[in-house]
Design a protein around this ligand. Structure first.
Ligand code: AKB
Length: 331
């Protein structure tokens, strides 16, 4: 496809980018929706094709091309890639941790086959670049819990975590063996108000703001002192774009980069919400998701991302909470 030069400003630096024709698979999900909108701002709406098995919100659907697409259907993806001359794919479709425990084989099929589809298209030189999200779920109970290093023991105990860890190994393999330019981040729990998450263990950190505004109370499915790595969506989108813009020679990791944002417990977040909504009350009723959360780290060491592509978080918990409460009130 035709390459055009363009520039855009992040809060830290001016970056020169080479816009491509981009396909976002899973464009209507929690990350996909905001990522697609941001990519359309940067590269022009017609150069960013939203693909998903279901339709998304009105703004996304009206702002550029949409293709109904099953991420496990290689032929369908290939047709869209050829038709639009796509050179970069962001594969955001996945079944998350809590739902995957209920449907292990469906989760495995979706999470692995979709990845093989795009890796093989890149191997056959039908696309040039891939972004694929990994997760803190690649870690397990034997991993050091605090400031979890980039390279460490990884014995995930969830289906989702196993699929992400396996995916990381395949990404690195395709890079080493076939020169596939695939880049990845181990996302922490993501906090956003524009599109809701679904089926994750970290979803409480979104639900709590919604219920605080609606009901002034929230029953949390994790216990009060469960610390998990989290991040506000704006930071996660910026991290994704910064990694995809980084010169290939700066990248030392082709499995997936650790990415740190926030680390907090349900108790911490409830205190902050109470400072904005004094009537707010939280109660705790841990369910099966507690065991998943207990197997994940509390905080992450992301020094490799800082060194290789200058990553830096901007949203602390207070800034995140203000953005969530204001955003939800206005939407
Ligand atoms: C989940 O909770 O499953 C996801 C994740 C941490 O990848 N948000």
């Amino acid at each position: 496809s035709v390459l055009k030069l363009n520039t855009f400003e992040t809060s830290k630096k001016i970056t020169t980018i080479m816009p491509e024709t981009i396909l976002v698979i899973g464009a209507c999900g929690q990350i996909g929706t905001e990522l697609t909108m941001k990519l359309r701002d940067l590269y022009g709406p017609d150069n960013v094709i939203a693909g998903d098995i279901r339709e998304g919100n009105e703004t996304l659907m009206a702002s550029g091309p949409f293709e109904q697409l099953d991420a496990t259907d290689l032929k369908a993806i290939e047709e869209v890639v050829m038709h639009y001359e796509v050179d970069t794919v962001y594969l955001m479709a996945a079944m998350l941790s809590a739902t995957a425990e209920k449907f292990p084989m469906r989760a495995w099929n979706l999470n692995m086959n979709s990845l093989f589809n795009v890796l093989n298209l890149a191997k056959e030189k039908k696309i040039e670049r891939i972004f694929w999200p990994s997760s803190i779920a690649v870690f397990g109970t034997t991993t050091p819990q605090n400031d979890t290093p980039q390279t460490t023991i990884m014995e995930p105990s969830t289906v989702y975590g196993i699929s992400k860890q396996t995916g990381e190994r395949w990404c690195e393999y395709y890079f080493n063996k076939y020169g596939v330019d695939v880049r990845s981040i181990r996302y922490p729990g993501l906090i956003s108000y524009k599109t809701l998450p679904g089926g994750g263990t970290t979803d409480y950190a979104v639900d709590i703001y919604i219920e605080a505004l609606k009901e002034q109370k929230y029953e949390c499915f994790l216990s009060e002192n469960t610390a998990l790595p989290m991040m506000y969506m704006d930071d996660a989108i910026r991290a994704t774009l910064e990694l995809m813009q980084a010169p290939a020679e700066n990248l030392t990791i082709r499995s997936a980069y650790n990415l740190a944002g926030l680390s907090f417990t349900p108790k911490d977040i409830s205190k902050i919400i109470k400072s904005h909504i004094p009537e707010f009350e939280i109660t705790y009723n841990p369910d099966y998701r507690q065991a998943i959360a207990d197997s994940w780290p509390s905080s992450i060491d992301d020094s490799a991302a800082r060194k290789d592509w200058n990553w830096k978080t901007e949203f602390d918990l207070e800034k995140t909470s203000k953005a969530m409460l204001n955003g939800l009130k206005e939407s």
